[in-house]
Ligand binder design. Structure first.
Ligand SMILES: *[C@@H]1O[C@H](CO)[C@@H](O)[C@H](O)[C@H]1NC(C)=O
Ligand SMILES: *[C@@H]1O[C@H](CO)[C@@H](O)[C@H](O)[C@H]1NC(C)=O
Ligand SMILES: *[C@@H]1O[C@H](CO)[C@@H](O)[C@H](O)[C@H]1NC(C)=O
Ligand SMILES: *[C@@H]1O[C@H](CO)[C@@H](O)[C@H](O)[C@H]1NC(C)=O
Ligand SMILES: *[C@@H]1O[C@H](CO)[C@@H](O)[C@H](O)[C@H]1NC(C)=O
Ligand SMILES: *[C@@H]1O[C@H](CO)[C@@H](O)[C@H](O)[C@H]1NC(C)=O
Ligand SMILES: *[C@@H]1O[C@H](CO)[C@@H](O)[C@H](O)[C@H]1NC(C)=O
Length: 628
């Protein structure tokens, strides 16, 4: 009996590890073209974030990075780690659109492969990414090309592992973003090579019907499609049947347009009552035992509604619960059985002995306790050893999947510093922690605007509320002459005005700096501002003449949704006034009439109020019916 229990305990680990859930991957792309501010990404909703994209240089086959993307790459990992320090970041390499000719010429020649592989690893490390993704080469009917692709993947893995050994850092993650189908006609991706070399494959389960490829509309990312094989379910089954294990797959989700929430998950055809749609796909990924999901792309998620919905699916993971149950319940059950068995055995023995010992006074009572305690202690020890072993194993596995932790942050600082040293010896290098402090953790209120290098913070807003001195670097050690400093600040703000006419000339500048009492304009909110200022209200007083000077032939009043009868009446008055002014202006300027148009709701009444049809008809040249 004891033997059975002990062997059960020893057997436990293999049981749980076979059903062990991999870390559920919640990945998302940040696409630099979206212009979505990186600090605004809610990285707590993701385990992995991918920077999209780097490219392949068509002549050297090295990794190609757009100059405008480079500053974002340097700071990407550090910024998203502020909200989620354990997040893993990847750099995605775009392989081209129509025929992948650059990709395949690269894959064909060993020296070209080396160029891409070595430069990609070097750049990923330089920018502090934890991994690379190859996106989104499709299968080709040419078997030679597919073989070359397999060789490329082998080379890549070898290089990644070698670099890891040499640098004594954990290897970069290597992932593939693939077409939803693993094959084209009879040829398929190099499956063996994919399975061997990639940490996972992101199935791009969208773009099923594109206007660039066909002349008929279709469901863009259907999970199921009974009338054709163009569906996610078909693709996933194909991948599995061709030998890619489900737990190596991450399901692509696309965040385009609006998302409905389905009331009934089985009623998901057009016209169904709605609560949520995106969760269906995530629970599908779970059902099929996939590794997670990956979202294209985070900027399309208004207020993180979708990402929150799918992240919540995590809590429902049946595998997590089953696994936890197994880990806790089995050892407890085993302990209870062991204790029960030894107790029964002891009681029976005592019953036998009691007869024999009726006249001897019990000397062995203490030993009887030992008989219960010893097996219990042994079991508890066994359980503890097992639990420690299991937890450590899990932690190790998670660490591997999650990339390397803190290492990259310090790397970022040194690379930035050395880059600075190389190019401009006097360049001041700020530590990220200093910037975080200076901007109060990149608080939106401190954000002034944005330029090619990211958000600009603070100066104008502080100056505006007479706190300009807070902006000054204390190391200037000149705080006693605050008037002088504030004047410099004002001059600086004048130099970055949006309107060139508001900026001082060099001559004026020189006189302002020399002569502390020379008259100066008051700075308005500088260029690149995200917020509009009270200073900016004049922008609507632009004259008709100016409209002409910009070369426009008319004006269009957009999106008028009055909320009350009086607002409706005022709208009518406004249109009549406008028409009268336009007519007068045309006469006095000797110019043709400006066109006057407006966009209105698609019905004549809105919120039970009628648009001022008479004025609209008299004063406007035409209206745009907002039929959407
Ligand atoms: C590709 O690399 C060559 C050689 O370094 C360079 O001259 C060229 O500008 C690169 N192409 C692009 C698009 O950057
Ligand atoms: C692939 O596309 C490029 C340009 O997009 C074109 O120059 C080239 O001829 C194409 N190659 C093939 C094999 O179709
Ligand atoms: C297949 O690809 C290889 C390598 O790119 C090329 O040399 C060969 O001509 C292609 N074969 C066909 C039939 O297109
Ligand atoms: C190993 O790393 C060193 C620098 O740390 C480098 O000089 C050397 O070329 C690397 N060797 C290999 C095989 O990559
Ligand atoms: C691949 O299959 C499609 C139909 O699914 C067919 O139109 C096409 O000619 C086939 N291509 C090759 C190279 O066999
Ligand atoms: C779509 O229609 C255009 C114009 O009729 C035609 O030239 C093109 O070949 C069509 N494309 C496909 C994929 O059928
Ligand atoms: C879908 O693929 C299966 C084979 O995987 C084939 O038997 C079936 O005819 C296909 N259906 C359609 C609608 O193309």
């Amino acid at each position: 009996m004891l033997f059975t229990i002990v062997s059960l305990l020893l057997f436990l680990p293999s049981l749980t590890s076979s059903s062990e859930a991999q870390t559920w991957i919640k990945a998302g792309y940040w696409y630099s073209g979206s212009q979505f501010p990186v600090p605004d990404i809610d990285s707590t909703l993701f385990t992995h974030l991918t920077f999209a994209f780097a490219y392949i240089n068509t002549s050297t086959y090295e990794l190609l990075i757009a100059t405008s993307d480079e500053p974002y790459m340097f700071t990407f990992t550090d910024i998203v780690r502020q909200k989620n320090p354990s997040i893993t970041t990847l750099l995605s390499i775009w392989t081209g659109d129509s025929n992948f000719s650059t990709f395949f010429s690269m894959a064909t020649k060993p020296s070209h492969r080396t160029s891409l592989i070595e430069s990609s690893i070097q750049r990923a490390r330089l920018y502090g990414f934890h991994g690379l993704e190859l996106c989104c080469v499709k299968p080709d009917t040419n078997t030679t090309k597919m073989e070359n692709m397999g060789i490329l993947f082998d080379d890549w893995r070898t290089a990644v592992d070698r670099e890891s050994k040499n640098s004594t850092r954990s290897p970069l993650l290597l992932t593939l973003a693939s077409h939803y189908l693993p094959s084209k006609n009879s040829t398929s991706y190099p499956m063996e090579s994919i399975r061997r070399n990639f940490d996972w494959v992101h199935i791009v389960a969208y773009y099923y019907h594109l206007p660039t490829m066909e002349n008929f509309t279709g469901a863009h990312s259907a999970l199921y499609d009974p009338s054709s094989n163009v569906s996610t379910d078909y693709g996933i089954k194909e991948w599995i049947s061709r030998g890619l294990p489900a737990e190596k797959m991450v399901l692509g989700l696309e965040y385009h347009g609006y998302a409905w929430m389905l009331a009934d998950l089985t009623a998901n055809e057009i016209g169904s009552s709605a609560t949520e749609a995106i969760r269906t796909k995530v629970s599908y990924a779970r059902e099929k035992g996939l590794l997670g999901y990956k979202v294209w792309h985070v900027a399309n998620d208004d207020n993180w509604v979708l990402s929150k919905a799918v992240a919540q699916e995590d809590e429902k993971d049946p595998r997590n619960k089953r696994q936890l149950l197994l880990v806790i319940l089995l050892p407890i059950t085993a302990t209870v059985i062991l204790v029960l068995v030894s107790a029964t055995w002891y009681l029976r023995k005592r019953a036998c002995r009691n007869k024999a010992q009726e006249d001897e006074k019990n000397p062995g009572n203490k030993r009887h306790y030992l008989l219960i305690l010893l097996p219990t202690a042994a079991t508890v020890t066994l359980v503890l050893v097992y639990a420690t072993w299991y937890l450590r194993k899990r932690a190790r596995r998670n660490k591997r999947r999650m990339g390397e932790g803190k290492e990259s942050q310090s790397l970022f600082k040194t690379t930035m510093a050395s880059a600075g040293n190389a190019n401009a010896p006097n360049l001041l290098v700020f530590r990220l922690t200093d910037l975080v402090e200076a901007t109060n953790n990149f608080l939106f209120e401190n954000k002034l605007g944005e330029d090619g290098y990211g958000p600009v913070y603070k100066a104008y807003d502080l100056w505006k509320c007479d706190k300009g001195m807070e902006f000054m670097d204390p190391s200037l050690d000149d705080t006693y002459s605050s008037c002088k400093l504030m004047r410099c600040m004002e001059i600086a703000l004048l130099c970055v005005q949006e309107n060139p006419a508001d900026r001082p000339s060099m001559l004026e500048l020189s006189s302002m700096l020399k002569n502390e009492i020379a008259a100066m304009n008051t700075p308005k909110r500088p260029a690149f501002s995200t917020r509009r200022d009270e200073d900016g209200v004049q922008e609507f007083t632009i004259s008709q003449q100016e409209i002409w000077s910009y070369g426009f032939h008319g004006l269009d009043l957009d999106w008028e949704y009055p909320q009350s009868t009086s607002e409706m009446a005022n709208l009518g008055v406004l249109l009549d006034d406008w028409r009268a002014t336009v007519a007068t202006e045309a006469q006095s300027a000797g110019q043709p009439l400006l066109l006057l148009t407006a966009a209105f709701y698609y019905t004549q009444s809105i919120h039970g109020l009628n648009y001022p049809v008479q004025s609209i008809s008299n004063s406007l040249d035409w209206i745009d019916l907002m039929a959407y």
